[in-house]
Write a protein that binds this ligand. Structure first.
Ligand SMILES: [Mg+2]
Ligand SMILES: [Zn+2]
Length: 269
């Protein structure tokens, strides 16, 4: 068993939390980051796939305000395993503003992540770390009421994970079912995949009219900030395509990034 713990991170917002594999040890970034004595050129940063939680690896149920409401998708473990086997880091990043609203205690988030970790492990799949944002600008509980750097679509959780785990954001992927996930990935210059589970199908149906080149996802197309690079049926299809694309070395071509939509819109959550 591992424990989720609060991090005192270097970013403006220090309340990101990580559920790492450092049970029993006080958090120390040197345990997971490249050793200080080595320069970056000597240590290859790992590629990473950031996964949204609710609606992406588990069913979107509004708020998981009780452990019994957690339902991992049956394809979640095979998908994560595929990424594990490809040598990519897998990091879950999730907005949990229900904490700040007082809908459920922060401890429940830790329990849910522990449960996810256990269920995945029983099928041979492993998540490297979980990060969550418990804040909201209008949170009912004052301790969580803030404009933070970690709430998606802000990129604080990605940057924190990269710093903690020695990850290469330049080759990162973000997979999620909401516009916030896609916008976050886009801001971080990651490749983005919208899955059609959770809120994904609605997002796809109602947003694609705003998207440039909206019908060409199966073929791949130029990157447009604020819109997904792909749409995938679910996380397993996303993982398969990520692994295939990574093998093809598509990520080397950063010239894929072209223009930005004026207002990607974030009204879904
Ligand atoms: Mg989601
Ligand atoms: Zn936050």
């Amino acid at each position: 068993m591992t424990r989720t713990r609060q991090l005192a991170g270097p970013t403006p917002d220090s309340a990101h939390s990580v559920d790492g594999s450092r049970a029993g040890l006080p958090f120390d970034s040197s345990l997971t980051a490249p050793p200080r004595s080595l320069s970056l050129s000597e240590v290859e940063p790992r590629s990473v796939v950031f996964l949204d939680r609710d609606g992406t690896i588990s069913e979107e149920v509004g708020y998981v305000n009780h452990i019994d409401r957690l339902r991992l998708f049956p394809w979640a473990a095979p998908a994560v395993r595929k990424l594990n086997e490809a040598g990519m880091a897998v990091v879950v990043v999730t907005n949990q503003s229900g904490v700040g609203q007082g809908y459920f205690p922060e401890q429940l988030v830790h329990r849910v992540h522990e449960r996810i970790r256990e269920e995945l492990a029983s099928q041979g799949a492993q998540v490297d770390a979980f990060y969550y944002c418990p804040h909201h600008p209008n949170a009912r509980l004052p301790a969580y009421r803030k404009v933070c750097a970690c709430r998606k679509p802000e990129t604080g959780m990605l940057q924190q994970a990269a710093a903690d785990l020695g990850l290469d954001l330049g080759s990162a992927y973000v997979v999620g079912d909401s516009a916030r996930d896609i916008e976050m990935g886009s801001r971080a210059r990651a490749r983005t995949v919208l899955v059609l589970t959770g809120y994904g199908k609605g997002n796809y149906e109602y947003r694609r009219a705003e998207w440039v080149n909206p019908f060409d996802f199966a073929q791949g197309h130029e990157h447009v900030e604020g819109q997904p690079d792909w749409v995938a049926e679910n996380l397993l299809e996303a993982a398969e395509r990520i692994v295939a694309e990574t093998r093809q070395g598509v990520l080397k071509s950063k010239s894929l990034r072209v223009r930005r939509l004026k207002d990607p819109g974030l009204k879904d959550q």
